[in-house]
Design a binder for this molecule. Structure first.
Ligand code: NAD
Ligand code: TYD
Length: 391
């Protein structure tokens, strides 16, 4: 990994940056096209899985732009420490001038945009950062991209792609018998998080229709797997169970989510990047609708098998019903048939296989969990779960 920008912007125009740019230009000459992708938010949960999977399957370098908020973690990318194909830049997508400089220096052929504030509970307690990064940041990134892309030679302009990673939460909530969300379902976001993502989806759409920017958007369901920050349901339950802490269930625990194993999501993004139709959106789902309580029961039962409680009994005894999330969406479900029909993608994992891999990963990576739980994590837990007791 080549690391730039630690002192607030270094890589943009630094000697290291120039050397890398020259290296890439040589490759461009050799291969006859641009040969690097820019990933935003590549130190987060899905972004880091995507970077790792990408470099496991391709030699095309990745320029990784990440602000390293509480959710960004370079330890996720530790295996790329000595890998020159990964260039890390510490920076903010809201910094339009710097992003443009970066694009002009490195000349990526595509941008995969993950960077976002992503946790619904945080958006309820403090929506400002969600508006800033998810809306203003995406706008700023689109503007820098438009300036860069407009000046590309015709062939490179045509081949360029901007892939925007979004969520099924933009569609709102479903009743128990409603059909799953399709790409034509009307947007009806219910949380500041989903509203900010919906706004970013609209901006991306408008840049395609107005300026012809070659965009594609993916709207996926709840991801799970390695490197998932333990503020989200699955990693939180695995961590709390082992620590002997309560397993908090919001409301009645009958809210339904569709669960998508993260490497399946990464494969879908690669496929859409490769062959997605311009201006289109593709839903990505795991065909695994489950109520939260069922997910938690599954995790408890797996942990009972694999790491039995020293004092005996089941982890299920730690389940604690707490006050519900305000505006809590009752059900999400994804119809992912368009992606299968047009691009031949289907998830490889079932919930049973994916969750087994996930539990195994957390049991063997306790140091990663301990590391992310240090620092400001404790403040978040105290803030979010304060006053929730006794639903
Ligand atoms: P995450 O919170 O784990 O990671 C977000 C990353 O973005 C972090 O590395 C963070 O440092 C970086 N970041 C935040 N603000 C930034 C800024 N202003 N400039 C540059 N970098 C910034 O999120 P995730 O779960 O990996 O989600 C990635 C994307 O996928 C998001 O756009 C999210 O909305 C979308 N998504 C996630 C899920 C899910 O289940 N996790 C589901 C659907 C869609
Ligand atoms: P989460 O992982 O935060 O994802 P999202 O809100 O994007 O779906 O939550 C998944 C579900 O689990 C959601 O219905 C809220 C619920 N939940 C709990 O019941 N308890 C918890 O402590 C958390 C974090 C989530």
């Amino acid at each position: 990994m080549v690391r730039c920008g630690e002192s607030g912007g270094g890589c943009f125009g630094s000697r290291m940056g120039m050397r890398l740019a020259r290296m890439c230009h040589l490759l461009v000459l050799e291969k006859g096209g641009l040969i690097m992708i820019l990933v935003t938010g590549g130190a987060g949960f899905i972004g880091s899985n995507f970077v790792l999977d990408w470099l496991a399957q391709s030699d095309e370098p990745v320029l990784n732009l990440d602000k390293l908020t509480y959710a960004g973690n370079l330890n996720n990318l530790a295996t790329l420490k000595d890998d020159a194909r990964h260039i890390f830049v510490h920076g903010d997508i809201c910094d339009q001038a710097k992003v443009l400089e970066l694009l002009q220096l490195h000349k990526p052929r595509a941008i995969v945009h993950f960077a976002a504030e992503s946790h619904v509970d945080r958006s309820i307690l403090g929506p400002g950062e969600f508006i800033n990064t998810n809306i203003n940041g995406t706008f700023s990134l689109l503007e820098a991209t438009r300036a860069y892309w407009s000046a590309l030679p015709e062939a490179e302009k045509t081949a360029f792609r901007f892939l925007h990673v979004s969520t099924d939460e933009v569609y709102g909530t479903l009743g128990p018998d409603d059909a799953p969300f399709s790409e034509t379902t009307a947007f009806a976001p219910n949380s500041p998080y989903s509203a900010s993502k919906a706004a970013s989806d609209h901006l991306v759409r408008s840049y395609h229709h107005t300026y012809g920017l070659p965009t594609v958007t993916t709207n996926c369901s709840n991801n799970y797997g390695p490197y998932h920050f333990p503020e989200k349901l699955i990693p939180l339950i695995i961590a709390n169970a082992q620590a002997g802490k309560p397993l908090p269930i919001y409301g009645d625990g009958q809210q339904v989510r569709d669960w998508l194993y993260v490497s399946d999501h990464c494969a879908a993004i690669r496929r859409v990047l490769e062959a997605g139709r311009l201006g289109e959106t593709y839903n990505v789902g795991g065909w695994n609708e489950m109520a939260n309580l069922e997910v938690v029961h599954t995790l408890c039962d797996m942990l009972d098998q694999q790491k039995p409680k020293a004092a005996g009994g089941s982890y299920r005894e730690q389940i604690t019903y707490v006050k519900d999330r305000p505006g809590h969406d009752r059900r999400y479900a994804i119809d992912a048939r368009k992606l299968e029909r047009e691009l031949g993608w289907k998830p490889a994992e079932t919930f049973q296989t994916g969750i087994a891999k996930t539990v195994q990963w957390y049991l063997t990576n306790q140091a990663w969990v301990a590391d992310v739980q240090s620092g400001t994590y404790a403040n978040w837990v105290a803030t979010n779960y304060f006053n929730r007791e006794g639903a």
